[in-house]
Design a binder for this molecule. Sequence first.
Ligand code: FAD
Length: 595
Amino acid sequence: MPIYRAPVDEVVFLLTDVFNVARYDNLQGFADATPDLTLAILREAAKLCEQVIQPLNRSGDQEGCARRDDGSVTAPQGFKEAYRRYADGGWMGISAPPEYGGQGLPGTLTVAVQEFMNSANMAFAMYPGLAQGACATILIHGTAEQKERYLPRMIEGRWTGTMNLTEAHCGTDLGLLRSKAVKQADGSFRITGTKIFISAGEHDLAENIVHLVLARIEGAPAGIRGVSLFLVPKILLDPDGSLGARNAVSCGALEDKMGIHGNATCVMNYDGATGWLMGAENRGINAMFTMMNEARLGVGVQGLALSEVAYQNAATYAKDRLQGRAPTGAKFPDQPADPLVVHPDVRRMLMTMRAFNEAARALVMWTALQADVAHRAPDPASRQAADDHMALLTPVIKGVLTDRGFANTVLAQQIYGGHGYIAEHGMEQFVRDARIAMLYEGANGIQALDLVGRKLAQDNGRALQAFFGEVQDYIKQHGDAAMKPYVDPLAAALGDLQQATAWLMRNAPAHPDDAGAGATDYMHLMGLVVLGYMWCRIVEAAMARLAVDETAARMRGKLVTGRFFVERMLPEAAVHLARIRLGAANVMELPAEAF
Ligand SMILES: Cc1cc2nc3c(=O)[nH]c(=O)nc-3n(C[C@H](O)[C@H](O)[C@H](O)COP(=O)(O)OP(=O)(O)OC[C@H]3O[C@@H](n4cnc5c(N)ncnc54)[C@H](O)[C@@H]3O)c2cc1C
């Protein structure tokens, strides 16, 4: 059976040593999150994930969800009880506003807990994860009445939420969507249409499900500028807020899919269901972007989470499994063979995963802190800078962390040899579960296009220039002998990224296919630079700890792992640059009929 230990100490190290979370104490809720409280919360979350949620991961995968003839859906055995413990523990609302029943603590803590939850059981974690995304959207775009009626129950965990965008003929190109909304005399709308692939669309974990649905108001313009967002509860509320009649929305079928079997992926039928507009008419996509940005960070976290749990199991296996002898001579001569961990090629795989995980977690924590600044800082300049950071790095986090996260689950499986292919060890489940994160919330190719096509030039490149400036300043200020081995490779990779940016700026306006052909390389190039920057900051903090405690072995490990990243992984930047410079020529040369 796979194991999992939530990396509480790693999160604490990042918050305190690397990002000095105390400097954010002026933000609402941060001063309340004292170091002791933060540690207590993370430890409790770890306990819940390790002892309650993770044990349901394999059984949930094997059993899957079931739909009855009446359209009701049951989650795998044990999910309902585990969800109740999650909700009763107040986990849904740790960062939600107190006026709606939340605890108002930093959103960063919720993100840290999301990593633990997804490592423990991604299919389970998606039920509350989608509800948190829906809450964030209602908070920003809902009317006062909508917030009052829906948020307290959702934050309590009694009701969950979903996002309904996709239809059979449109996923990426939502401008094609056909679901229809007809205005009623009382101001509500009748929603009709079919949505597919809706995560947590129907289940038995909560008393009600609040669907956020994209549809086109009768007579609205064609395309994305005619799409609006609606709040459509599964069960309608009586005037006093209690549960009333069943709404005309139902689960028509469950998708039979590759992984995340414990999460109900539903075809949802809206048959004249009653809904209410959220945000302005025909501006649904703007409102949905709120949800998507939260969700994209969350999906990036899934990539990290699966990479982490796969790594933990592969590392344990590599120390247990005896095969062959070390190239330099037997390390355990009293045993019939040495453990896998002595072999350099096995080490290469373990180090690749570890070097990614630690930097990816830093990137996630850094960005989660920026999200808190964007929502809670008193001054507009700080909020703007944090918003810029989010806009620029969200597609990188989503695309790079899920591509590499999936690749790492495959590496971990490789360490198990043929046993990795056998269900009993759980490694093939990690591979299957991790795969979806590259596809949903905008396939990774679309993340790359969002980065290159929209984010680079947005506001005259303000966000990009701020990012370049920050990394350049860091490099300049950390040229001492100790940091040089880390910042020199970072400077080289940053140079590659800047050259790639200049090349795209010069060529893409006249040759848009050049941007399309190089977008994925560009996204990964930026991912390498930002992860390399994270490693420099981790190493700097580790050196500071070692200066006061030479025995801190975990910190020495960071210096080695950081070297592995900057020396062996960061040079991939040059390959990405070379490919970007090729433009689209040999990509687009063959005629479509040749495929
Ligand atoms: C298990 C699961 C759960 C899901 N959960 C939800 C959910 O809760 N709510 C919801 O609304 N949706 C959900 N989805 C849908 C998911 O978000 C979409 O499948 C995804 O956005 C891609 O859309 P598509 O499948 O229609 O692919 P398409 O849009 O057909 O794209 C196919 C491929 O073509 C590429 N492509 C498309 N257009 C372009 C372009 N202009 N330029 C370059 N490349 C392009 C894409 O990158 C992709 O690789 C889920 C899907 C799955 C499988």
